[in-house]
Design a protein around this ligand. Sequence first.
Ligand SMILES: Nc1ncnc2c1ncn2[C@@H]1O[C@H](COP(=O)(O)OP(=O)(O)OP(=O)(O)O)[C@@H](O)[C@H]1O
Ligand SMILES: [Mg+2]
Length: 268
Amino acid sequence: MRENIAKNLCKVIALANQKGGVAKSFTTASLAVGLVNSGNRVLVIDNDPQGHASRCLGVRKPEKTIYDIMEKLVKGEEITPNDCMECIVTTDEGVDLLPANVKYAMMELEMSSAMSREHLLNEFVVMQRPFYDFILIDCPPNVGLFVLNALTASDSVLIPVKLEDLSIDGLQQLIQTIGMAKRRLNYNLEIEGILFTIVETNTVLARNSIEAIREAYGEHVHIYDFVIPKSVKAAECPGSGTSIYKYDPNGKVAKAYEVLTKEVLSNV
Ligand SMILES: Nc1ncnc2c1ncn2[C@@H]1O[C@H](COP(=O)(O)OP(=O)(O)OP(=O)(O)O)[C@@H](O)[C@H]1O
Ligand SMILES: [Mg+2]
């Protein structure tokens, strides 16, 4: 911990796409465990009232959540290290997690009238940076205030894209939103990369869609040259409460997330 305080090496990555069901939460959890398995200290912020990242990490009924932190911040109160300790849980696989549940849905409205409403989450993130190598923020499927808070607090955005639901327009809109967030909220924000998820490999649709996105965006945005394949085991995994590395250690999805982990580590 002391070493990191000196070097300030923490990287904060938001996982965002306004499209639902593209594996944002699954990727957040899998990347988090992958990074922990490689010896890093990782905090996941579940920034979505659906609480899916918490579920993927095996935390189902958290007592205290992101709601409790944001409630204080909205009121303009200072959060203390003790407040943070009370809300952050450590999962069996060694990931620290600020969980979320459905109660958090009410917070967006409360945040909307707060001073510097896009910067609230960043107050918490700034406090946590010294203690972690990576902070991953799982976002809900929209471009509302929760997502703008995540973009303000992050160094980069990782964009999972599911090819079955491909909409180049949707991706265009997201990239524009990220550009606007960079100009108005967080000048240092970068795009970590576009990650193709839940891919039915060997289908013509997958090949054509990947090609189309590479042509449209490849020059300006990093697109990972591997994909996360679709698998039944991955679909079952969130119900197991363990990561894909435990649920199906030799499967193709675990291997693909190991590759993603290495890529993220090589880009710090
Ligand atoms: N590689 C995969 N193969 C098959 N199913 C997968 C794979 N990755 C994730 N899934 C499943 O796809 C579903 C959607 O995943 P996830 O909840 O991570 O998406 P999301 O983008 O976070 O959704 P939301 O937008 O609602 O937050 C989940 O049921 C998950 O188990
Ligand atoms: Mg999700």
